[in-house]
Design a protein around this ligand. Structure first.
Ligand code: B16
Ligand code: MG
Length: 215
């Protein structure tokens, strides 16, 4: 039985996946390198510098280390402008009730987001206090699709990985969850999230009673 739920943030609890896409698209246009929504799909869950490196690799364009740092910082500025006005209204439907119901059922709750903006965003969304642990993305050795971030949250929650349900919207994230030895619930398109144990279209379709025993 599931004793903890470890949530991804962007694209699972709120619609920042679109904000990340728009910020990368703007940067790519400025750098004059090809980018589109399809390429963006493979960047979901990938950390900031890893994402930039993939965009550049696809284009054959090379930047110096200093130029890369500048470009990544510029993208983050565009992204932060987009999330500056986020409030509890920006939570996806059903998220708050789901978190409260999971806590009432005695589950531990964690966040495994690759985003260095995660704590700020969770605070703006008004839900940071509902989590027992939020991963510090900057302190995780290997980024998604490596299992490290999910394993570190499981450890902090003191729950064995097989009893942690991982919830993700990205291919890299589902791979990370499975590599951590956890059941994976995908949010999105089953044709894309093929490694997930189960896929639902939206977090509002999450049925807690499927994973926990009734009290
Ligand atoms: P930042 P998640 C990920 O968050 C996003 O999916 C990904 O698009 C982004 O590049 C990454 O965070 C890093 O975010 O630039 O804010 O540090 O889906 O793991 O919650
Ligand atoms: Mg995500």
């Amino acid at each position: 039985p599931v004793k903890a739920i470890i949530f991804d943030l962007d694209g699972v609890l709120t619609d920042t996946a679109e904000g990340h896409y728009q910020a990368w698209q703007r940067l790519a246009d400025e750098l004059d390198v090809p980018f589109d929504r399809e390429k963006n799909e493979a960047l979901k869950g990938i950390d900031r510098m890893g994402s930039l490196e993939r965009i550049l690799a696809d284009s054959g364009r090379t930047l110096t280390e200093a130029e890369k740092q500048e470009a990544a910082t510029r993208k983050n500025g565009y992204y932060q402008d987009l999330i500056a006005r986020f409030s509890p209204d920006d939570l996806f439907d059903g998220v708050r009730d789901l978190l409260l119901a999971a806590k009432a059922a005695g589950l531990k709750l964690g966040v495994a987001s690759a985003s260095r903006n995660a704590p700020t965003l969770l605070t703006r969304l008004g839900i940071i206090d509902l989590f027992d642990h939020v991963a510090d993305a900057g302190a995780i050795p290997n980024p998604k699709p490596a299992p490290d971030i999910f394993l570190s949250v499981a450890k902090a929650l003191d729950v064995p990985p097989p009893a942690c349900l991982g919830v993700e919207d990205s291919m890299a994230g589902i791979t990370a969850i499975k590599a951590a030895g956890m059941p994976a619930l995908g949010i999105g398109d089953p044709a894309i999230l093929t490694e997930a144990d189960e896929v639902i279209g939206h977090i509002r379709e999450f049925r807690l009673d499927r994973f926990v025993r009734p009290a």
